[in-house]
Design a protein around this ligand. Structure first.
Ligand code: MSP
Length: 650
């Protein structure tokens, strides 16, 4: 019999800059579902990718002096390495610049045109380039984009239109007959009341004012509207309308599209209408999750308040970050991200509750029985209660995961962690160990602890890719006792070797020190933000007066020593002479200079920049360099002739 299939997708990301922790949120959630379904024995297709066309990308590429393709290639590489760092197990990564996708989109456009569902007319209205969205005059809010609040541009073009209005009644009917189609329910009501009931207008689906897009085959001055191009990825990735459409036949319709709340409209109105027009079945569900925001509001590169997932993963490990993302906020609601909440969660749930449980159990088995729990065991008080709770945890976790309730599922698993910790307090193994006659009872207690941990370690697998194997190694749980199914059965644990208690799986974090270090990183980003903002918005820096310049303490400094920072391709660590004083500075120029060639040189330092920690190393200032627009190469600024170290630059 063939296996049951499960098809889950994330949105495809705009490669317009580095992804932040908010982007990772969707992908980590989808990955947890994909892992969970694989563990249950499903044949899983997990799709993610990048949405590479559109005016915004074309503009940013031009500002950077490169072709759009060169621009996106570089960023897509970064996105792929972020997913590998976060241990994302997608089965396919689609790029909308993939040849197969482009051809399929062209065929979809042509098919809809031939059917009369796409027709030519003229468009006049407003366009929000960052959102790649069209708006009518009445839809604008205070003259700005109703989705993101940014300025819109007046557009008048000959365009092709999709007969969205034709599908309005069928869409309403579908939403009413399938209450689970849009989740959470509040988003479903919003779509019906705010968009469908007031009436749908036909949608402009081609552009002529730029050319970075999929060309319309029968009218080459038009490119396909990015959202038509992007939404199609969910079927073109499966080979729809290609020579080999076996995956499409196997996996379509999707079980769930995971999307952020601001793009639910595209996925529950435009996308289903396109599928209806193509006579294809609709996805079973679109789940619109909330946003991760910071205390000061939404994350944005120009505000300089983005949280970099790479920094967090390097500091605390991928499992801690994935756990936090899925535990902290109920999936569907908005949630506030803070460094403090992150560290508190790591310390309480991971270091104290789970980490301690594992290390204490391993250490006790080692200490009292030389690593091997004897077979002669004596049941006693509290055993049944522990066993009952632990045996039910799998079913409860599954019920919640099937509804994408990650946070509640983790809370259910952590109930088992707490129950097991409580069992240690109740049975007091250290007291039992004092009397030889209690050894069989002690053996039973330790067995129950190890068995509870075995069950817990299996159930955390969808969320934590690294921790389960560490636990199995420490408690010598053979692979044959780690199947997903076996987490529903009590009494499976039979170690073939002595336990090997080892490293602490989640070290406790010194909250004060870490908050300072994270704040310094954010400060550095904030200082870079005005630069980004000027680049993003004007392309030219704004004017400053001499007082602004005077705030900078620029100094000529001499390089006393220079070395590469371990495990980093980009960073060099400098010891600099600045007057009487020595400074340590970390600079991201290792790709352009070898440390030896810099020793003895005189460079320019911003000496009054707040110190920041980069990769755990304090940097006391910033060295100035100039960036080549074409290649991105950095050249360090130096001085003409000899000058004493510490001389002021004015
Ligand atoms: N390219 C479109 C999607 C096309 S799908 C056919 C797009 N890309 S995006 O890069 O802007 O966003 C990708 C996803 O990241 C969206 O689901 C968005 O909601 C999510 N997030 C971006 N910032 C976020 C937070 N701060 N918090 C949670 N999710 C966020 O939209």
């Amino acid at each position: 019999m063939s296996k049951k299939t499960y098809y889950i997708t994330t949105p495809i990301y705009y490669p317009s800059g580095k992804l932040h922790i908010g982007h990772s949120y969707t992908t980590v959630a989808a990955d947890a579902m994909a892992r969970y379904k694989r563990l249950q024995g499903y044949d899983v297709m997990f799709l993610t990718g990048t949405d590479e066309h559109g005016q915004k990308i074309q503009r940013v590429a031009a500002e950077n002096g490169v072709t759009p393709q060169e621009y996106v290639d570089k960023i897509v590489d970064g996105i792929k390495s972020l997913w590998s760092l976060m241990k994302i197990t997608h089965d396919k990564f689609i790029r909308t610049t993939d040849d197969e996708h482009v051809k399929a989109v062209q065929k979809i456009f042509k098919a809809l045109y031939d059917k009369g569902d796409i027709y030519k007319s003229e468009y006049e209205g407003w366009y929000c380039t960052p959102c790649e969205s069209f708006w009518t005059e009445t839809q604008l809010q205070d003259g700005k984009c109703p989705d993101c609040g940014r300025p819109v541009e007046k557009t008048r073009e000959e365009s092709y239109f999709f007969r969205l209005s034709k599908y309005q009644d069928r869409l309403i009917k579908h939403l009413e007959e399938n209450p689970d189609f849009i989740q959470p329910t509040s988003r479903r009501n919003e779509m019906i009341n705010n968009f469908l009931k007031p009436g749908l207008e036909d949608l402009c689906v081609s552009r002529t004012s730029f050319n970075w897009g999929v060309p319309v085959t029968f009218d080459e001055k038009h490119v396909v509207y990015v959202w038509i191009d992007a939404l199609s990825n969910y079927i073109t990735a499966l080979g729809y309308l290609s020579e080999d459409d076996s995956k499409f036949k196997k996996f379509w319709p999707a079980d769930v599209h995971l999307v952020g709340k601001e793009i639910v409209r595209f996925h529950t109105i435009i996308w289903p209408a396109m599928l209806m027009a193509l006579d294809l079945p609709l996805p079973k569900q679109v789940f619109g999750h909330g946003w991760l925001v910071l205390e000061g509001g939404k994350m944005s590169k120009s505000k300089g308040n983005v949280v970099d997932p790479v920094v967090l993963v390097e500091k605390y490990g991928v499992d801690a970050i994935r756990y936090f993302l899925l535990r902290e906020v109920p999936f569907g609601a908005d949630g506030v991200f803070s460094n403090e909440a992150l560290i508190n969660r790591i310390n309480s749930d991971l270091a104290n509750d789970l980490g301690n449980l594992v290390s204490r159990t391993g250490a006790m088995i080692q200490k009292y029985f030389n690593g091997v729990i004897p077979n002669e065991r004596q049941p006693g008080d509290f055993d049944e209660d522990l066993k009952n709770l632990l045996s039910q945890t799998k079913a409860k976790t599954e019920e919640l995961l099937d509804k994408l309730q990650f946070s509640s599922a983790l809370a259910e698993i952590w109930k088992a962690v707490s129950r097991t910790n409580k069992y240690i307090d109740e049975t007091m193994p250290w007291a039992l160990a004092k009397d030889e006659a209690n050894k069989p009872r002690l053996a039973q207690v330790l067995y129950n602890l190890a068995e509870s941990i075995r069950i817990i370690s299996i159930l955390i697998q969808p969320f934590m890719p690294e921790t389960p194997a560490k636990i199995w190694a420490q408690l010598s749980v053979p692979e044959s006792q780690t199947s997903w199914e076996s987490a529903g059965t009590w009494g499976v644990y039979k170690p073939s070797e002595p336990v090997k208690p080892g490293e602490i799986i989640f070290p406790r974090i010194d909250i004060k020190k870490e908050l300072e270090s994270l704040a310094a990183i954010t400060e550095t980003k904030k200082e870079e933000a005005p630069k980004n903002k000027a680049k993003e918005e004007e392309g030219t820096p704004s004017l400053i007066d001499i007082k602004d310049f005077a705030k900078l303490d620029l100094r000529a400094v001499k390089v006393l020593a220079c070395e590469k920072v371990e495990k980093s391709d980009k960073l060099l660590k400098f010891r600099l002479q600045c007057g009487e004083e020595e400074r340590q500075v970390v600079s991201g120029i290792a790709q352009y200079y070898s440390p030896e060639e810099l020793v003895g040189k005189t460079l320019i330092l911003i000496a009054n920049l707040k110190p920041a920690k980069i990769r755990g190393i304090e940097s006391q200032g910033m060295l100035l360099s100039a960036e080549d627009k074409e290649t991105g190469k950095l050249s360090l600024l130096t001085v003409d002739g000899d000058i004493a170290p510490g001389a002021k630059v004015c």
